[in-house]
Structure formats: structure tokens, C-alpha cells
Design a protein. Structure first.
Length: 562
């Protein structure tokens, strides 16, 4: 190789920019060839040039965008696409999966073999951005949990000390566990989950590995893969926190724990263990009342739906039911109503399992069926407490339904939830429980069925669909051509094009016509048809309205309503 070749391309730029002398560049080229490495990789490994300066210079020379990995959370990286061996061999970090396009971070723009290998192993189109090699190494270590005890260390000034509730399980074994790496690891996992706004954490033993997933905006994402040898200690730590029997591994257990956040502020958690094939799966439900906004305007009601809810809240008696699957924001919808009613002249009593949101001024009760205080027992006690408004966390059985309906018929406003799919199914569910049709017709005043859809991030892009396709999806014919359709993209501020969630609702007020149909014991199909005739929008119509407003995507509405 002649001198001109030795000082071409990146080598020449390094000299011209004053980062290296000519003799250093020549020597580096020779050493790189001897080690069968590219010049960029050799310089990065031997730290002959500042890694950030090398990134910027390489980006300018090769025309690749630079990305600041300091702003990236490795926990957001798509999992299972690139093996650890391949990622470390080529120093490639997966950043985001968008359709069939995988965005990756590299520090060596000349390593085209890396892109080819990843495209071959994943079957995806691969696009790369340049990153600082030092930060890339740290990100890879975090992603693959090389240093499990440091991976999720709690940041200073963040979550405070864990405050396990006193229990018989807090024995000498717990004291030994205090010094284990698992304590810091679990602390860090909880910190990250809370920072990401997660509602649930899943600790899952698999045949070949142990994984931790968190549910954010209703979707499960992998958070970490700690070493398998930590699995047992993680389970013990969580059990101790929740006051469980750490020696019991053959049956399911339930417990509660509390996390101290700041002075005087706590986050409650529900913990459940389940024996599975490869060990114990543990799910932690995070009950962070501080993240709950009680304003009714934040829930996503359409104007007419909000008016119906407010009208029902103004009545002196009646039963308001909020329905939907677990995790769809039913409790928050109830509390938005209670917040409106919460004045000095109103006595509000709530029975929940457990209390998820603190409401100053209300009397809130954690039910405990094992100690003889279930929902029905709490309701009966409430009726002797001079109540104006009663909230029951869930109507699970006929006994609770009968007491709630009795309260609603005798001058009390009662709010509760049911696990049904729609307003019509709710009425049929009550009847199937054994509640007489007359009691349903004369007590239920309003039913709100709801789902949560993810909000589009600002990085969204407009898409176009043929008119026939829009009509087939259910968009009103008179609105075609008068709204813009958007889909998710994904950027550095979001995981996959969505940020936060908003509700879509079906709000049905029990009209005289619906009362007559209930008394005739009409089925859910007849009730749904009559509700539409009465002018009540169903869940899909509400969802399509959010699509037309540019709030969410059609794919997201289809996910929760089809």
C-alpha cells in the first residue's frame, strides 16, 4: 500500500482535522490490517481517538445520521431479534422495529457485513445510525444484563428505601437476602417500571432463560433478562416484600407490598405467585395513585357521552356501572365521578380490593374476604353509615349485586364495575347472575363500557385508504374526505409510535324503552340494537371518532374493538 492510499478517506480526515498525526494514522492502518479489523473498529478499541469525535467525523464522511445513545433506554430495544453473540461480534444494538424495518445502532460505518448478517438472520430490512462506541458498549452490556447487579441500579434521588410490610416471613433468611445482589436488582426493576409508567411487572422463568416484562400503555414489553442464577433470589426478595411464605413454591400465593418513593409518599403493589413448569412466575401490579388524573375531561369522553355521565351523577339514586376487561381504566372512570361528587355535604364510602386511588374526604375500605369482610359485607355495613354515595370496586356475585341494587333503590347513588364487553352484555350478565329483571330495570341508570387505546406520538404520519376500505371499516359516509388518517411511526421519544392512552366509550342511559325491553327479558343483541336506535354510540363508533380526530390509529381501534 502506498502513502496516498494510507491517507485516503477517513485516514486523511483524521489528519486534516488534527485528531492524529500522519505517522499515527499510518501505524493504525497497519495494525488494523494485521488484526483484520477496520480502521474505525481498531481506533475505537484502542481509544486512539475520542469516541464521540470519531462518531461525528465518520458520520460526516459516510453520510450517516448520528444518534445520542445517552438518550436511549436499552430496556426499550426490541427483544429476541438479534442474538447476543451476533450483537457483540458486530457491535450492533437494535433500537426500534417499525413494520419490517429494523433500526440499529453501529459505531463502525464500514462494517457492511454486520448489516448483511442481521438482514439474513432476521429477514428484516435494516437501517443504521452511528453512535458513540463507548456508549454502545455500555448499552450492549445493559441490554444483555452482563452486570445484573448494576443494570437497573436505582438513580440517586429516585425511589427511596423499600418498606416491606411486617409479616411472619420476615425471618433471618430475609436479613441474609438484604445483602444479596437480587435486592438491588429488584429495586432497580421497580424503579424502571415506575419511571416508564408500567401497570404490571411479570417475572417469568423460561426453560433457557429468565425474563422480566412490563405492561406499558396496555402492551407487554421485555424489560430485562437477568442471569438464571438470580431467579431464585429474585423470587425470595419479592415474596419477602409481599409478606409471603418464601418456602412455599407449590401453590399460588397473594400478597401486598409497599414502596417508599419520597418522604411521606408510597406506592402500593399487589403480588401474585404461580407455580409454572420452570419455576415460579410472579406478577406485580403497581398501584400508583399519584399517576392517576381524576379530571373527567382527561378520560376521552365525547361531548354527548360526558353529558350523560354528568347527568347520572346528579341523580340522588341509581346504579352506574362501568364495564370492560381488566386494565381498561374502569376504576379511574369511577373516581372521576366521585371526585365531582366529593363535597363537604356528601358522605362517600368505597369498598375496594385494594384501594387504588386515594380520595381525601371519602371513607375508603380495603375488603378482605379471608377476614370476613367481602364486598357484600362492606356494603351492608355502609348502609348503616348514613351514606350518600357508595362505590363498590366490583360486582362479582349475586349477593353483592343484590345489596348494591337494594342501596340504589333506597335513595343512594351506587357506582361499580363489571367484567363484560358491552352495555348490552352487562344487563344480560346481571340477569344471568340471578338478579330479577324488575330490579335491573328500576335500579340501573347508566352503563359505561370502555376500552383504552394508545395515543399516537407526534411522529405520526398520514396515510390514505380507498373510500371503499374506509366505508368497510365503518367510517360515516358523510365524513369521508373530511378527515386525515394517521399511523404510528416511532421516534426517540416513543417506543413504537404511541405515547400514553385514552379511553373510547359506549355510554348508555337506561331509557323507558330499554326498561321495557329488560322487563321482557330481551337478549343482548336486542338490547344493543335498541340502544343504537336510541342514538347511543357503540365502542367502535367512539374509536373511529378518535381516529378521525388524529388521536389514535385505525390499527389500534381494530385491536380493541374487532
Amino acid at each position: 500500500m502506498d502513502d496516498d492510499d494510507a491517507l485516503a478517506g477517513l485516514a486523511r480526515e483524521l489528519v486534516d482535522s488534527g485528531l492524529l498525526h500522519e505517522w499515527q494514522v499510518r501505524q493504525a492502518r497497519k495494525e488494523a490490517e494485521r488484526d483484520r479489523m477496520s480502521l474505525v473498529a481498531w481506533l475505537a478499541r484502542h481509544r486512539l481517538v475520542d469516541s464521540h469525535r470519531l462518531m461525528v467525523l465518520s458520520g460526516q464522511l459516510f453520510g450517516l445520521p448520528c444518534f445520542d445513545l445517552a438518550q436511549f433506554d436499552p430496556g426499550q430495544a426490541p427483544s429476541g431479534l438479534i442474538s447476543e453473540r451476533l450483537a457483540r461480534m458486530h457491535r450492533v444494538l437494535p433500537l426500534r422495529l417499525q413494520g419490517n424495518r429494523l433500526h440499529v445502532a453501529v459505531s463502525d460505518p464500514t462494517n457492511q457485513q454486520a448489516i448483511s448478517d442481521i438482514q439474513f438472520s432476521t429477514g428484516l430490512c435494516v437501517e443504521s445510525v452511528l453512535v458513540d462506541d463507548d456508549l454502545l458498549g455500555k448499552a450492549l452490556d445493559s441490554l444483555f444484563a452482563v452486570a445484573a447487579t448494576d443494570l437497573l441500579e436505582a438513580p440517586e434521588g429516585g425511589i427511596g428505601n423499600l418498606d416491606p410490610r411486617e409479616s411472619e416471613a420476615r425471618t433471618a433468611q430475609y436479613d441474609a437476602a438484604e445483602d444479596a445482589p437480587a435486592v438491588r436488582f429488584v429495586q432497580g426493576v421497580l424503579v424502571r417500571a415506575i419511571q416508564q409508567g408500567a401497570s404490571d411487572l411479570h417475572f417469568e422463568p423460561q426453560e433457557t432463560h429468565y425474563r422480566i416484562r412490563c405492561r406499558t400503555d396496555g402492551i407487554l414489553h421485555e424489560l430485562a433478562r437477568p442471569p438464571m442464577q438470580l431467579a431464585g433470589r429474585i423470587s425470595i426478595r419479592l415474596k419477602v416484600m409481599a409478606g409471603m411464605d418464601i418456602a412455599e413454591r407449590r401453590r399460588a400465593q397473594d400478597g401486598r407490598a409497599r414502596l417508599k418513593v419520597d418522604e411521606g409518599k408510597f406506592i402500593d403493589m399487589r403480588v401474585n405467585t404461580l407455580p409454572v413448569l420452570w419455576g415460579e412466575k410472579i406478577v406485580v401490579r403497581i398501584l400508583d395513585s399519584s399517576s392517576s388524573r381524576l379530571g373527567i375531561d382527561a378520560l376521552g369522553f365525547e361531548a354527548d357521552q360526558k353529558a350523560l355521565y354528568l347527568s347520572a351523577l346528579k341523580r340522588p339514586q341509581g346504579l352506574i356501572l362501568v364495564t370492560g376487561p381488566t386494565g381498561m381504566g374502569k376504576t379511574l372512570t369511577l373516581y372521576s365521578g366521585l371526585d365531582i361528587l366529593n363535597t363537604e355535604g356528601v358522605n362517600i364510602l368505597t369498598a375496594e380490593d385494594p384501594v387504588e386511588i386515594s380520595l381525601p374526604g371519602a371513607c375508603q375500605v380495603n375488603v378482605n374476604p379471608r377476614q370476613g369482610l367481602g364486598f357484600a359485607q362492606a356494603l351492608r355495613a355502609f348502609l348503616r353509615q348514613d351514606p350518600d354515595v357508595i362505590m363498590v370496586g366490583e360486582i362479582r356475585d349475586l349477593e353483592t349485586a343484590e345489596v348494591a341494587i337494594k342501596a340504589a333503590q333506597t335513595g343512594h347513588l351506587v357506582l361499580s364495575t363489571l367484567h363484560t364487553g358491552s352495555a348490552a352484555e352487562t344487563l344480560e350478565r346481571l340477569r344471568n347472575m340471578g338478579v330479577p329483571a324488575f330490579n335491573i330495570a328500576t335500579s340501573v341508570s347508566l352503563i359505561i363500557a370502555q376500552r383504552l387505546v394508545r395515543r399516537l406520538c407526534e411522529c405520526k404520519r398520514e396515510v390514505r385508504l380507498p373510500e371503499k376500505a374506509l366505508l368497510d371499516e365503518g367510517f360515516p359516509a358523510d365524513r369521508i374526505g373530511h378527515f386525515r388518517l394517521f399511523e404510528n411511526v416511532g421516534c426517540g421519544n416513543c417506543r413504537d409510535g404511541y405515547r400514553g392512552r385514552i379511553g373510547i366509550h359506549e355510554v348508555v342511559s337506561i331509557t323507558p324503552e330499554l326498561q321495557q325491553l329488560i322487563l321482557r327479558e330481551g337478549n343482548s343483541i336486542e338490547m344493543a340494537a335498541l340502544a343504537r336506535q336510541e342514538g347511543f354510540s357503540d365502542l367502535r363508533c367512539s374509536g373511529l371518532s378518535k381516529v378521525m380526530q388524529g388521536i389514535t390509529s385505525l390499527a389500534e381501534v381494530n385491536r380493541v374493538t374487532v
